[in-house]
Design a protein around this ligand. Structure first.
Ligand code: FES
Length: 109
């Protein structure tokens, strides 16, 4: 798939590639990004836990949060803020828009 830039947004995936209450990992602008779906919403969050260098996309998604599989910190998918230890620092999040079946993520501000 070729990423196309639409006013700062890059096409990240098709909507149906992201499981309901689940996450996938994509590379955008050279960065690993976790695309997650929860409660019908799509979120984009950096795919690197702020506690150690592991992929958040391999964790479980539930109620707008993703759980780091290694030590169990929960991160709010909307804000990137951890809601449980041991992580204490937020993970960057990116604006997402869905156009038809295309999930677009804004990687530039
Ligand atoms: S590596 Fe994610 S909580 Fe420790």
């Amino acid at each position: 798939m070729t990423a196309e830039s639409v006013s700062g947004y890059l096409r990240a995936a098709s909507l149906d590639e992201i499981p309901q209450e689940g996450a996938i990992r994509v590379e955008l602008a050279g960065q690993p990004v976790c695309l997650a779906r929860s409660g019908g919403q799509v979120y984009a969050i950096s795919d690197v836990c702020s506690h150690a260098d592991v992929a958040l996309s391999e964790g479980d998604v539930e109620d707008g949060k993703i759980e780091c599989w290694l030590h169990g910190s929960l991160f709010d998918l909307k804000t990137g803020v951890p809601t449980g230890l041991p992580a204490t620092r937020p993970v960057p999040v990116f604006p997402v828009t869905v156009e038809g079946d295309d999930v677009l993520v804004q990687m530039e501000s």
